[in-house]
Structure formats: C-alpha cells, structure tokens
Design a protein around this ligand. Structure first.
Ligand SMILES: *[C@@H]1O[C@H](CO)[C@@H](O)[C@H](O)[C@H]1NC(C)=O
Length: 138
C-alpha cells in the first residue's frame, strides 16, 4: 500500500513536469537566418551607429506591449539621418518570452553586424531588423 501512494506521487510529479514542459515552452532562439548589409558605417560615423542602436532598442523594448509586431523610427535633427527598425514575436509566446527572444536577437545583431548599414536576424520565435530606409514586413 505504501508503494502504491509513493507511485501515485511520482506519477503526479511526472505529470506536472510534462505539463510545464509542453505548456510553458521557452522561446526557441535558434537562428533561422540572418542578413547583414554588405556596406558598413565609417569609423567617423559612430553617431549614426548610435542612432541605429537607439532605434533597435526602441523596437525591442516595445514589441511585447504592442501586439508582438512593432515598427520604430528615429530622425536625428542635426544630421537629418533617419533609421527604422522592426521587431516581431511568435504570437504563441508569453510576454516575457517575447521580450527574451527579441533581446537575444538584438544581442546577436549587435555582436555580428553592428556597424553594417542594415541587418536582420530571424530566430525561430522572433525577429529583429533595422535599416537606413523605411520598410514594411507585414
Ligand atoms: C528550435 O527550432 C529548431 C528548428 O526548427 C529545432 O531544430 C529545435 O529542435 C528547436 N529547439 C527547441 C528547444 O525546441
């Protein structure tokens, strides 16, 4: 009889473990593809690179609160430089998983193509893109 209850508890535990495994999957941040524009900003264009960073940060920071699909743009008043970014998540993700996924995509972009004119990183569950021109991915 004792072992019956012990087995029951083990069964329940495994059941819960399975529920968590399938119902609460973490985002899949495996890279699907990336495209980095072949041209890069010059050594003396750090101010423009910073604008590119800002616009991406904006898209990444807002996408989870804006229907998992968000476009951002910035115009620099001094130089008239303008740039655009987009972030999107798989609609099945939770808020925090959407955020975590685009942060991961952002980090990959920053590590691999920060100074490129434009770049996009498509992970399995989310994507980010930034360009010096306006674009639409819907
Ligand atoms: C993530 O997606 C890739 C590609 O579809 C797949 O091979 C991999 O097993 C997935 N990883 C997880 C943890 O689900």
């Amino acid at each position: 009889m004792e072992s019956f209850w012990r087995n029951c508890i083990i069964c329940l535990f495994l059941g819960f473990a399975c529920l968590f495994e399938s119902g609460n999957a973490t985002p899949n941040v495996t890279l699907d593809y990336k495209i980095c524009n072949g041209e890069t900003f010059n050594w003396n264009e750090d101010n423009l690179v910073q604008k590119m960073d800002e616009v991406l940060d904006m898209a990444v920071g807002k996408v989870a609160d804006n229907g998992y699909n968000y476009y951002a743009s910035i115009r620099d008043e001094n130089t008239d430089f303008q740039c655009w970014a987009h972030a999107a998540c798989n609609g099945k993700l939770t808020w925090i998983d959407c955020y975590a996924c685009v942060v991961r995509a952002h980090d990959l972009l920053m590590n691999q193509c920060r100074r490129n004119y434009g770049a996009q990183f498509q992970l399995i569950d989310c994507r980010v893109r930034r360009e010096k021109y306006e674009f639409n991915e819907d």
